[in-house]
Write a protein that binds this ligand. Structure first.
Ligand SMILES: [Zn+2]
Length: 331
């Protein structure tokens, strides 16, 4: 198959994993749509399942846009990108500042290589890995390289289309689905590892709780989740809250949770949870990406990494870290 055929075909290997996000019955392929026995039907756009619930408010405007394309029923009007081998996907060129954080702004339009982060997890040994809010798929790519079988979801069809193009370009075997973390279209107990980075901070508290309950449902017994969240008491996070006058966040603005609040929500809804540091002073440059950053930011990332390593010996230091990881084992 040519690359454009590969990108428009539905990859049937994902079908046994999928359930209807509305009633959780299995899905079958029927007349180029995915349907359940209750008669709920979901469009495939360029072979990508659009498994969002149209009756619930979306957490991101791109979810609403994905549903509009699904409603039309075909992707004929979607912009097509011809990405030359070795070049950077135009979607990623534009999105890098948003997906990776402010310290990557200088890379917008100037990337020559995809920054693929280092996943802070052991080798995957073929475990099924779910990423919630994968955007163009940098963590799914990292997971595939580390021996996991990645499945990425995002409400944005644009981001999922880009994720598929980048995976094809890099020779990465990953599945991507347009879906909502609050209504996961996966059967119970499937995943060995769930991961989410810089995503749940953008949605309301009750939506985070729904997502955590869904993480618990799709994790296998003893399966693990690793979720990154900002810390309300982090130095930089405190400054941002001060700047907006400590008012309640709206729309896609960052919600700040305190470490205790995070621990109690994750422990109650996912399982036994430990807190560790991702980084200090910013959200959220990766130490493994430091060669992509200007010198002035490299110093910041080095200092952050030194403090992170110290926090492994002195856990109290997590209290003023800006970016935290919640590591849970399904109970
Ligand atoms: Zn259904």
């Amino acid at each position: 198959m040519t690359s454009s055929q590969t990108l428009s075909a539905f990859d049937g290997r994902i079908l046994p994993l999928l359930v209807c996000p509305r009633c959780r019955l299995p899905l079958a392929l029927e007349d180029s749509k995915l349907t359940c026995e209750e008669g709920h039907r979901f469009a495939l756009i360029e072979g990508i399942p659009i498994l969002l619930l149209s009756e619930v408010p979306q957490t991101h405007v791109e979810g609403t846009r994905s549903l509009a394309v699904a409603e039309q029923g075909d992707g004929a009007n979607l912009p097509q990108f011809d990405v030359a081998p070795g070049s950077i996907d135009p979607f990623v060129q534009r999105a890098i500042g948003a997906t990776n954080g402010g310290l990557y702004q200088h890379l917008v339009g100037n990337m020559t290589e995809y920054p693929i982060p280092q996943l802070r997890l052991p080798v995957g040994d073929g475990k099924l890995f779910l990423e919630i809010g994968c955007n163009w798929g940098r963590w799914c790519i990292a997971a595939a390289k580390q021996g996991y079988r990645p499945v990425g979801i995002d409400p944005s069809l644009k981001a999922i289309r880009a994720a598929r193009r980048v995976a094809l370009q890099l020779g990465i075997d990953a599945h991507y689905v347009v879906a909502d973390g609050r209504h996961l279209p996966f059967a119970d107990g499937l995943f060995g590892q769930v991961f989410s980075y810089s995503v749940l901070q953008h949605i309301a508290c009750e939506d985070v709780e729904s997502t955590l309950r869904e993480i618990h449902r799709v994790l296998a017994s003893g399966g693990k989740s690793l979720v990154q969240m900002p810390n309300a008491y982090g130095l930089r996070c405190a400054y941002h809250q001060l700047r907006r006058g400590f008012r309640e966040a709206t729309g896609f603005e960052v919600r700040y949770w305190g470490p205790r609040q995070l621990m109690s929500a994750f422990s109650a809804m996912v399982g036994s949870t430990a807190l560790s540091v991702d980084g200090y002073f910013s959200l959220n440059p990766q130490f493994s990406d430091r060669r992509f950053l200007p010198i002035k930011y490299q110093a910041l990332v080095w200092t952050s990494e030194m403090l992170r390593r110290a926090s492994e010996k002195f856990p109290v230091m997590a209290n003023f870290a800006d970016s935290l990881y919640l590591s849970s084992i399904r109970n």
